[in-house]
Write a new protein. Structure first.
Length: 143
């Protein structure tokens, strides 16, 4: 498993890739820029900023990225949520984890949803709406 502030092999996403977990003091010095995803053909390294959102599909997770086709991982969404939430990702619905920087538009109608940078509509759960708006307020300049 992980040791805070040290490199160690992670069993949560890959069996061979080192993963870095940051401590609060180290957060402004060194932050991971990529996540390693095991696939049938090998390991795919994706820059965090290029991940648009992740969608739960039972025990699997589908990853939508700017520069790759959909990627299906055998890891569940909670594992990705635990790993990515410190890096600007937010669970807006039980089935979706989004990169806050990839949100293009928030729409109040129909219970609330966001439009992502790839044009996809992602529903926001009623319970997560206020928290989402608070998080967006820290990432966006309002005029």
């Amino acid at each position: 498993m992980f040791k805070t502030g040290e490199f160690e092999t992670s069993s949560s996403l890959t069996s061979t890739a080192p993963v870095f977990r940051k401590t609060e003091r180290e957060s402004h010095h060194l932050a991971p820029r990529k996540v390693a995803i095991n696939s049938a053909s090998g390991m795919l390294l994706i820059e965090l900023e290029n991940i648009i959102f992740l969608q739960s599909d039972g025990p699997y997770t589908t990853i939508y990225s700017e520069f790759t086709d959909k990627i299906v991982s055998s890891r569940n969404l909670k594992e990705f949520d635990d790993l990515l939430s410190p890096y600007g990702f937010f669970r807006i619905h039980r089935s979706y984890l989004v990169n806050l920087l990839q949100i293009v538009k928030y729409v109040k109608a129909d219970g609330g949803y966001v439009i992502m940078s790839n044009g996809e509509r992602v529903d926001v759960s009623t319970k997560k709406k206020e928290e989402l708006l608070e998080k967006l307020a820290t990432q966006v300049l309002f005029l």
